[in-house]
Ligand binder design. Structure first.
Ligand SMILES: NC(=O)c1ccc[n+]([C@@H]2O[C@H](COP(=O)([O-])OP(=O)(O)OC[C@H]3O[C@@H](n4cnc5c(N)ncnc54)[C@H](OP(=O)(O)O)[C@@H]3O)[C@@H](O)[C@H]2O)c1
Length: 268
């Protein structure tokens, strides 16, 4: 592939009002990309846009919207078309978790999580793939999770949504290579963001939490490789855990161990 070049690029980042999304905004802008930042909290987006614009001199557009609404991709595309904005990059980062055994948690929250983590991500990807491919040097980052590699009692549906994201991204990696589109699934372990305020503290299963800047750094390094990998797991310990649960241990052992970690962390 051609070297990663984000000068004159325009990248849309979902979930850019906190956590990993804010880090992506800074890192991409530092490499010269104009940005479109999307999340529900418009006031937060405005603050991030002001900081990023001042630090890096790029153009930042903010769109406050709930991405679990009807046809978010079509709605965003209409908005961007009206503003004359064509995307060369998409960071599907917005997502949330909800801990607890499935029979004990709120069904509407679970449905909303599947809508955001799966339906919205798929809808935005499908909508903007033609633009990303047409640029000949596009990037598509789908934020999955370390939870994508194994069953996750206590976070069952969340883990399943992220397994979907990882699987989808790996297929898209192959489908779009010839078009020069870098597709990467980012699979972080626990990181110091607002994720746990939403998902519940037990969702971290007692594991150490990485700095968001280190998580995004791992994604940017992977993207910059001449042949970017289909996915990256930031952190040596997390990488070892993903490989072990994926390749070495029987599913019943992994499910039991993760369930025990979640219970120790106060989860299901
Ligand atoms: N932190 C971790 O430990 C961890 C580990 C693995 C994977 N991840 C994944 O990393 C991604 C980013 O999460 P984070 O850790 O940075 O957590 P975060 O700080 O809670 O950020 C989540 C972002 O998603 C946005 N969002 C949530 N619901 C939305 C909706 N309905 N419409 C539009 N935007 C919405 C939030 O913005 P508003 O509230 O303003 O809408 C926020 O900007 C998620 O996909 C998460 O699953 C996180």
């Amino acid at each position: 592939m051609r070297p990663l070049d984000l000068t004159d690029a325009t990248v849309l980042v979902t979930g850019a009002s906190s956590g990993l999304g804010v880090e992506f905004a800074h890192r991409l802008a530092a490499l010269g990309a104009d940005l479109v930042l999307v999340a529900r909290r418009a006031d937060r987006l405005t603050e991030v846009a002001a900081q990023v614009g001042a630090a890096h001199g790029v153009t930042v557009t903010t769109i406050g919207m709930d991405l679990t609404g009807e046809q978010p991709g079509a709605q965003l595309k209409r908005d961007l078309d009206e503003r004359g904005i064509t995307l060369t990059g998409l960071i599907n980062n917005a997502g949330f978790g909800h801990s607890g055994a499935l029979h004990q948690v709120d069904a509407e929250t679970i449905a909303e999580m599947v809508r955001l983590n799966v339906d919205t991500l798929t809808d935005l990807t499908t909508t903007f793939l033609p633009q990303l491919r047409a640029s000949g040097r596009g990037i598509l980052v789908n934020v999955a999770s370390l939870a994508a590699f194994q069953p996750n009692p206590g976070l069952a549906v969340y883990g399943a949504t992220k397994a979907y994201v990882l699987n989808l991204s790996q297929a898209l990696w192959e489908e779009n290579r010839a078009a020069g589109l870098r597709v990467l699934a980012l699979c972080p372990g626990p990181a110091k963001t607002e994720f746990f305020e939403v998902a519940g503290e037990s969702a971290g299963a007692g594991l150490p939490r990485m700095e968001p800047s280190d998580v995004v750094e791992a994604a940017m390094k992977a993207l910059a490789r001449r042949t970017p990998p289909p996915y990256v797991v930031p952190g040596v310990a997390n990488t070892a855990m993903a490989q072990t649960t994926k390749r070495l241990l029987p599913t019943r052992v992994v499910a039991g161990a993760v369930g025990a970690m979640m219970r120790r962390g106060g989860g299901a």
